[in-house]
Design a protein around this ligand. Structure first.
Ligand SMILES: O=C(O)CCC(=O)C(=O)O
Ligand SMILES: [Fe+2]
Length: 342
């Protein structure tokens, strides 16, 4: 069993296995806000549906990221969820592992750095609790039973964020001129929750909480606390996603990029750490079922015209396995899914 980074909280210097090669170290970090290049903040409470759709499409094309406010999930539920997941990560390591080791299918698991901890060359400064976001007894029986409120609060949260995700995906389907239910079937039936915890880090310039990556999801909906850390790569620069109280961060995943045939972009992002505050986030990944086929939507491609399919059709599970094994190598992932490799 690997040690959790949260068990290293009092170390004075970064353990060797977390020191990144110089070319991918974040270096000295400054979180100066750049007013001209911020991730767009969209008000979902507005009444002009077409205007909201246009804003989502523009943000998804330009940044691959946006934040949403007035999204319908109550502030109380967001606060309660953040509190209960922080309580989970504050428990002693042995209790946390006990809570996460009951699932024979390992759908619910606790790990440090990445799922590839045992084989990766260098580790990242993150502990993660991952489990299905389907709040049925079949899955929930393996969620942590401690803190005692965990299942109730995270179950309610999952249901509400799933609904928010459906609403955003309907707006996106309309923006892409697809049928309004395009994403509501097998493309979105397997949501998964990742509860990320990035403890205070003795040397933030030498390591990362998460390396540069894209999400292998349709979309991801992130709840972050008040601590900065998430950065999006745009035009050769890392832009910090400002924590806004009670906003959600939404990002376009690789699957949506494929389905939209590159009309929408899944942006690369990473997480930096800091030496003064721990940071906790809840990532809600909207995933297809493993057997569903992911491919550019037929109405968006024409085989003889200007819009050839840029990606080949693949079962989601084949895409996902390949993605997880190669995620550090963006080019290799792209080659695997490109239509040029049919
Ligand atoms: O913790 C964050 O801010 C982002 C997490 C993330 O990128 C992920 O879970 O894929
Ligand atoms: Fe991510």
């Amino acid at each position: 069993m690997e040690g959790l980074v949260s068990s290293l909280f009092d170390v004075q210097s970064l353990p060797e296995t977390y020191v990144l090669p110089p070319e991918i170290r974040p270096g000295e970090l400054s979180f100066r806000p750049d007013e001209s290049n911020n991730i767009p903040v969209l008000d979902l409470g507005g009444h002009d549906r077409n205007e909201i759709i246009q804003q989502i499409m523009k943000a998804s094309q330009e940044f691959g990221f946006f934040q949403v406010i007035n999204h319908g999930v109550s502030k109380e539920l967001m606060d309660e969820t953040m509190n209960v997941v922080k309580e989970f990560h504050a428990m002693p390591a042995k209790d946390k592992f006990l809570e996460c080791s009951k699932d024979p299918n390992r759908n619910c698991k606790l790990y440090t750095s990445s799922e590839k901890y045992a084989t990766e060359e260098v580790h990242y400064w993150r502990d993660c609790l991952m489990h299905s976001a389907l709040s049925t007894e079949e899955y929930m029986q393996f969620w942590p039973a401690n803190p005692t409120r965990y299942r109730e609060v995270v179950g309610t949260y999952s249901n509400e964020v799933k609904q928010l995700g459906s609403r955003i995906l309907k707006l996106i389907s309309q923006g892409l001129k697809l049928s309004s239910g395009y994403f509501s079937g097998s493309l979105s039936t397997s949501p998964t929750i990742l509860i990320n915890h990035y403890p205070r880090c003795p040397e933030p310039s030498l390591t990362l909480g998460l390396p540069r990556h894209r999400d292998p999801s349709l979309i991801t909906i992130i709840l972050q606390d008040h601590v900065q850390g998430l950065q999006v790569f745009k035009d050769g620069e890392w832009i910090t996603v400002e924590p806004l109280p009670h906003a959600f961060v939404v990002n376009i995943g690789y699957v949506l990029q494929i389905v939209s045939n590159d009309k929408l972009n899944g942006a690369e992002h990473r997480v930096v750490t800091n030496s003064s505050d721990a940071r906790t986030t809840v990532s809600f990944f909207i995933y297809p079922s493993s057997e569903s086929i992911i491919e550019p939507a037929k109405p968006l491609v024409s085989t003889c015209g200007d819009h050839p399919p840029l990606y080949r059709a693949l079962k989601f599970k084949d895409f996902h396995i390949n993605f997880l094994s190669k995620s550090a190598d963006a080019e290799a992932v792209h080659d695997f899914i490109s239509s040029k490799n049919i």
